[in-house]
Write a protein that binds this ligand. Structure first.
Ligand code: GDG
Length: 498
């Protein structure tokens, strides 16, 4: 597929995600709501396709709107990808704060996030959370059905509308949509993409309402995951928990008289945009030190504590790096209302203090720790100027940082990527050094190997990594999804069948 051709869906595209592609902030002077763009790769890839096809986005605006308050139009100077998304194409979903808290902080982030990352000990199982999750999913579904009903005849005649649901917040919505929309005889296609891992059967069955989750997702025509392992886990669960007839080879599940297709669709990044940023971004820190970079939301799945300990062990086992290497860790505050995340912040603060106290000299400290967000431009400079990136989550659906790092490695000779085998990204990034974050000695040794790797080997590995990510970028992922749904159209109108 040529990247020059811009794809669009043959029918109306309706995106349904927990968050809208922007958040609302109140202007302190005018007291009016204003849009603040979200900069993620997903929004960059999906928003233009929605706008081009006059599609619709359904989601939460990041704030609770008062009765009668509306989504504002974008600012005339807005240059972000969502600027052309007219407010009548945005359907906000809102709830009372208590239900939303129990759905979002409770069920989504307190139950599903740890469970789906195979950390059941951290998961809280609560009937109240689950009740809120069901209620919120029903509301999302009813807004979606409303949007389908409101499409004009001309709009539905031009192609079957495609509803694309995103992520673990909305695992029940598909089934709710199908039940109501089928009754009303609405024509539509329904697809789902899960951005986090789908765990094995013996983990998912710990959740008391696992059968409802699976049935919820099976309301779709197609369910996409990042990698084949997650697809196989899902198929396995459908067979063992629901007793569905399945075809493992072709990744098919029979349910309710329909055949649901399961597909591995690994997400990519806006590769060229990162290259451009790396070419233009001014240096953030000029230092003769070799930088080892970590960039993560502050989340217990990302393996931050293990990484700091591995770095400490590097300095112990290979003292030649003292005074020459520094770990630059950017930890973006995340889910700060949840206790697990507050505890992790505390643990990180202590660990950074302890390691720096142990090894620092008047002229050198081993760890530079930023608890906060840096601009995209600065991030691109960090990616470009680091000698090693340590992407070592304990479990991660994909991990975009690994991909963004290789995109920005434009300097010659390049640096080295270290990836954990528990990140979906490791499945395809074969030329990275693979290291098990739980095995601290191996992690320290791998880091030493990366820091001392000959130039030729670095060049060879990085070239392969970059070439692959350039082709399999986020637009490629978007096209693959539309193609798998059978709704991809190129600019010239040629339909491409899956
Ligand atoms: C979920 C899945 C999957 C980070 N720090 C800063 C910053 N970032 C940006 C990065 C990157 C994004 O945040 C993080 O993406 P990840 O993929 O690493 O992680 P999750 O947020 O957990 O995302 C994951 C993803 O969905 C997509 O399907 O890969 O497995 O968990 O884009 O650049 N951006 C800026 N400043 C920072 O300090 N500007």
């Amino acid at each position: 597929l040529s990247t020059a051709m811009s794809p669009h869906a043959s029918g109306k595209l309706i995106i349904v995600s927990n968050r809208l592609p922007f958040v609302l902030k109140k202007n302190e002077v005018t007291l009016k709501w204003e849009r603040k763009a979200s900069a993620g790769g997903l929004v960059t890839a999906v928003a233009p396709v929605v706008i081009q096809g006059n599609g619709i986005w359904i989601g939460w605006a990041g704030v609770h709107l008062e009765e009668g308050e509306k989504i504002p139009e974008s600012d005339p100077n807005d240059k972000t990808p969502t600027a052309g998304l007219l407010s009548d194409k945005v359907i906000p979903v809102d709830f009372d704060p208590q239900t939303f808290d129990s759905y979002y902080n409770g069920c989504c982030n307190g139950t599903f996030w740890p469970l789906f990352h195979s950390m059941p000990d951290r998961a809280q199982f609560s009937a109240d959370f689950w009740k809120s999750y069901c209620a919120v999913n029903k509301e999302f579904a009813s807004k979606t059905v409303g949007a389908l009903e409101n499409l004009s005849k001309a709009e539905t005649d031009s192609g079957t509308p495609l509803v694309w649901l995103h992520d673990y917040h909305l695992m029940l919505a598909a089934n709710c949509i199908r039940n109501v929309a089928d009754e009303k005889k609405l024509k539509f296609k329904l697809g789902f993409f899960l951005h986090i891992p789908f765990p094995p059967w013996d983990i998912i069955r710990l959740f008391p309402w696992a059968d409802e989750i699976l049935q919820g997702m099976l309301g779709c025509d197609m369910v996409g995951f990042h990698i084949e392992d997650y697809c196989l886990n899902f198929v396995d669960c459908c067979q063992r928990i629901l007793g569905c007839r399945v075809d493992r080879k072709n990744l098919l599940v029979e349910h309710g008289g329909r055949t649901v297709r399961i597909r591995p669709l690994p997400i990519g990044i806006p590769f060229d945009r990162f290259v451009e940023m790396a070419e233009e971004a001014p240096t953030v820190i000029s230092t003769p030190l070799k930088l080892v970079l970590g960039v993560d939301r502050l989340d217990y799945t990302k393996g931050l504590v293990h990484r700091l300990k591995a770095f400490e062990l590097l300095l112990e086992r290979y003292p030649q790096h003292k005074g020459k290497v520094a770990l630059m860790q950017i930890a973006v505050p995340s889910r700060t209302d949840v206790k697990e995340y507050q505890d992790l912040k505390e643990e990180m603060d202590q660990l950074v203090g302890r390691i720096n106290g142990r090894f620092s000299t008047p002229n050198w400290s081993p760890i530079r720790y930023i608890y906060g967000c840096v601009s995209q431009q600065d991030l691109a400079a960090f990616y470009r100027d680091s000698a090693v990136a340590m992407v070592t989550p304990l479990r991660d659906g994909m991990n975009l940082v690994a991909k963004e790092f290789v995109a920005c490695q434009i300097k010659k000779p390049p640096g080295v990527l270290i990836v954990s085998p528990f990140a979906g990204a490791s499945e395809m990034m074969n030329e990275a050094l693979i290291c098990n974050p739980y095995e601290l000695v191996d992690a320290a040794d791998t880091l030493h190997r990366a820091l001392t790797m000959p130039e030729d080997e670095r060049r060879l590995r990085m070239n392969c990594l970059r070439r692959r990510e350039k082709v399999h970028d986020v637009d490629f992922w978007m096209r693959s999804f539309l193609k798998a749904m059978g709704t991809l159209i190129f600019e010239d109108g040629d339909d491409v069948l899956p």
